[in-house]
Ligand binder design. Structure first.
Ligand SMILES: [Mg+2]
Length: 365
């Protein structure tokens, strides 16, 4: 129990310019490795459009990996004409449609997982695509590209961000965290590269850290095992499987910022372990993650760039106790909301430096 001010910082496009630095790093790594003079953006983004298929076929959260070996291999295969463009796109579109239909048809995770497996294993196209990708993965260039990309060489904080964050985290009664959508490992590497590792040690609350939650993994294992042995279908209505299904569904709602469940989860983790909520996040059950009754804090302040992910969920959840400082930077800066939170709870800034200076004044009172 505490009456502190909690400050949450979004990362990409809020503390640093993410879009161009990410794409220029991908272009540099691939062009240098393969000797391309021009980067095939069209093919690259055509493939990224089908991230949903690759999420299940290659690796979880594929869309968070901008230089994933599988993506590099397929972009190159299109360039060299190894895979027919029409055939690849037609098959990927069909698979994506089938996966999305299954998601809307099956509410229980057990049924959805079974349907996904049927779709993916039933596609001979996908089997040969996977064989091809696996054979190419051994090429040492693939690892080189990913390593080069994940050095995040061109990441730089926006001006004055470091000194202002140091000042903000030094104000008594203020607890500051990074609240970001994305893969925990990659977001942590970015924080280190941006030299904010000391300020946010144990405090990088990345949405997909929840994929490592012990309760999530335990229920997922139980459901997968029971699907394999057929036990799930015999006892689908048993208490255990209903609880597992519902728990997994709630966890999945926490994987993104949009619905607000992520913020409830991280606030519960902060309440349970303010100095290292990362640990709490992977060790709490979802019922506790979503229980905000025991939360007690004076004010919650969010600094972010997106209306849909950073502004609205915080206002909807915490209302008058919240303040959102929106930084008009990056690809979402032009997006206008039909209604903004009232001026007492929402401010816009043309730069992160200005937003943080305002935040510092606000918390110093
Ligand atoms: Mg952002």
């Amino acid at each position: 129990m505490y009456e502190k001010t909690i400050v949450l910082f979004d990362l990409d496009n809020t503390l640093f310019e993410a879009q161009n630095s990410r794409l220029s790093a991908v272009r540099k790594a691939l062009c240098e490795t393969f000797g391309w003079t021009r980067f095939p953006w069209q093919d690259y983004f055509l493939l990224r459009d089908h991230s949903k298929v690759f999420d299940h076929c290659f690796r979880q959260s594929f869309h968070h990996f901008w230089a994933a070996p599988e993506l590099v291999i397929l972009t190159r295969a299109l360039q060299k004409g190894i895979v027919g463009r029409q055939e690849l796109l037609a098959n990927l579109s069909t698979l994506r449609w089938q996966l999305e239909s299954a998601e809307s048809r099956y509410w229980r995770i057990g049924e959805l997982e079974a349907a996904r497996k049927r779709i993916l294993q039933g596609s001979s196209f996908l089997r040969s695509l996977r064989r091809y990708v696996n054979s190419e993965r051994a090429n040492p260039k693939m690892a080189e590209i990913q390593n080069a990309y994940e050095k995040y060489e061109n990441l730089v904080l926006y001006p004055r961000v470091k000194e202002l964050i140091d000042a903000i985290t030094g104000v008594p009664g203020v607890l500051a965290y990074v609240a970001t959508e994305g893969d925990y490992g990659q977001q942590k590497k970015k924080i280190e590269k941006l030299k904010l590792g000391d300020e946010f040690r144990g405090k990088i609350l990345a949405s997909e850290l929840l994929k490592h939650n012990v309760f999530y993994l335990r229920s997922m294992r139980r459901i997968t095992r029971s699907l394999r042995t057929g036990g799930y279908w015999r006892r689908a209505e048993s208490h255990r499987y209903i609880v597992d299904d519902e728990r997994l569904r709630l966890f999945k709602l926490c994987w993104g910022k949009r619905h607000g469940f992520f913020y409830r989860a991280i606030l519960a983790a902060i309440a349970s372990n303010p100095t290292a909520p990362e640990i709490a996040l992977v060790n709490l059950d979802v019922s506790e993650l979503l229980d905000s009754r025991k939360l007690s804090f004076g004010r919650i302040i969010m600094v972010g760039d997106r209306i849909d992910l950073d502004v609205n969920p915080i206002w909807n959840l915490y209302g008058k106790r919240s303040l959102t400082l929106r930084v008009l930077k990056g690809p979402y800066s032009k997006i206008v909301a039909p209604v903004n939170p009232p001026a007492s709870n929402y401010r816009e800034f043309s730069s992160t430096g200005r937003a943080l200076a305002n935040l510092l004044d606000t918390i110093r009172g």
